[in-house]
Design a protein around this ligand. Sequence first.
Ligand code: ASP
Length: 591
Amino acid sequence: MQIEPLHDLVRTHTCGELTVANDGADVVLMGWVHRVRDLGALVFFDLRDRHGITQIVVREDSPGLVDEANRLRAEYVVAVIGTVVRRAKEAVNPKVKTGEIEVVAREIRLLNDAKVPPFPINEDTPVAEETRLRYRYLDLRRPKLQQNLILRHKAMLEIRRYFDEQGFLEIETPILTKSTPEGARDYLVPSRVHEGEFYALPQSPQIFKQILMIAGMDRYVQIVKCFRDEDLRADRQPEFTQVDLEISFATENIVFSTLEPLMDRLLGLIGRRATAPFRRMPYAEAIASYGSDKPDLRPGMELKDLSEPFRESAFSLFRGAIESGGGVRGFVIPNGVKYSRKDLDRLSEEAKQLGGGGIVWARRAEGSVQSSALKAAGEDVIGRALDMSGAGPADLLVMSSGAHDPTARLLGSLRLNVAKRENWLDPNRFEFLWVVDFPMFEWLPDEQRWEFMHHPFTSPLESDASRLETDPGSVRARAYDLVLNGSEIAGGSIRIHDQRLQRLVFKLLGMSDEEAKLRFGFFVDALEYGTPPHGGIAIGLDRVMAILAGEASIREVIAFPKTAQAVDLMSGAPSTVDPKQLRDLKIRVAE
Ligand code: ASP
């Protein structure tokens, strides 16, 4: 079969659009051969494009055409000229929009052939991710990824529409810029013109959006790529997309009430709703009650302080933890009474692997108290802990002891393991939560210094600001995260707008005046020219899209993602470059 030029042949319809309403119409379709079914004298094949699939029939009364159709292979690109006919009743496929018709071909033009793809496009077979990423153009032909990208497009449109309605301006900020501190390493770009000098790719447009507030832009939004060179965890990409926004004269309530209706509209794209206002929870409570600063509220099972019964008990492990300033915490697994010895051993094993001091379980079975610490603690003490935890007769209590935060984190992880195993993380439920009042700083023991928790432009809570110099560890920030089903989907803060306070915070972060001037001099200067109070937030668009698309990985909602090693398997980036390019840049790669 000869490959033919397109000439001036024009598509009349896409492969997803013909119905009985087009019965009898003369049409021209173009697309990829999805599947060929050779029934001897008769050939059927499916023609596919992004819009759908249409069945093509080549009838025995055109034998030359039957021969041609028989030579078609999957992924060949063809044009079909033919007539729409209704299918016989028994041949109707109600699952697809075009399922009531087929196109009887009069002419088939082969526009291009194709190698045998390394994995089938027409079957939903599992394929190694490495292969999928290497041949991303083929992977992207598969329906699920196409749906995901279509959904992403719709979400981006909705976002732009929404912010436009709310009086925001989309303003682009530079990609070749100076370092913005978001806690990761910068990607650097050498300057050819200024030997030995570098641009940094933005970790976020943070400083620019604040400067836009100083510039009187009032409300800014941008769907923007950010770059962070960090060791990649499962849900990270070296370049990712944020919906970045900033609001002048903002308070927390203004930021929250800007985002909540947007979330409702985004969920609307998948036929769901989000009910505002979302719950709010201080960081300290999130850690104490869920062992996480991004609690998944769906499975319940809140952690409780159960120290009281053990305070004076004979159980030295728990009593000792309390005496050294820690405590006992626990959570209740509904219907855990059914757990076998093996299940209980597995729980203990998991707790050990999570690196904690192990767990103690307890329950009331057939009227008597059972517990892994029954002998050590006594029936009375365990019974009191069960009462305090609110465990019912069908439940199981899991406890652990030690320093407060690590114990809560251990139990929090265990709680999530249990919830996953029991299928209590219902993907059709959307639990939003604002986590507020984060600590302003965290102590870096290795470096013996304070580091910012959000970024250095975050304002302290007014009530805590007086302790900035005397007790920085106790100062809470006006920082907030939006959490959805245990994923942090947005983070932001009310900013410092007073240059004196900004200087003090730089100093507390161990930055000398000189260093601060070198890194952020332009920004501190700008702050001195009438800066309005302002605040903002950035939404992690990739994560939101993964949740909306029901995907576990953000790579499923990004057209060309990188691997966990930050490699683009399709293009082969990063790669070595022409030595001349390095010479131009005056760069020598060290051996
Ligand atoms: N720039 C911050 C970030 O990327 C978001 C913000 O504070 O608005 O996390």
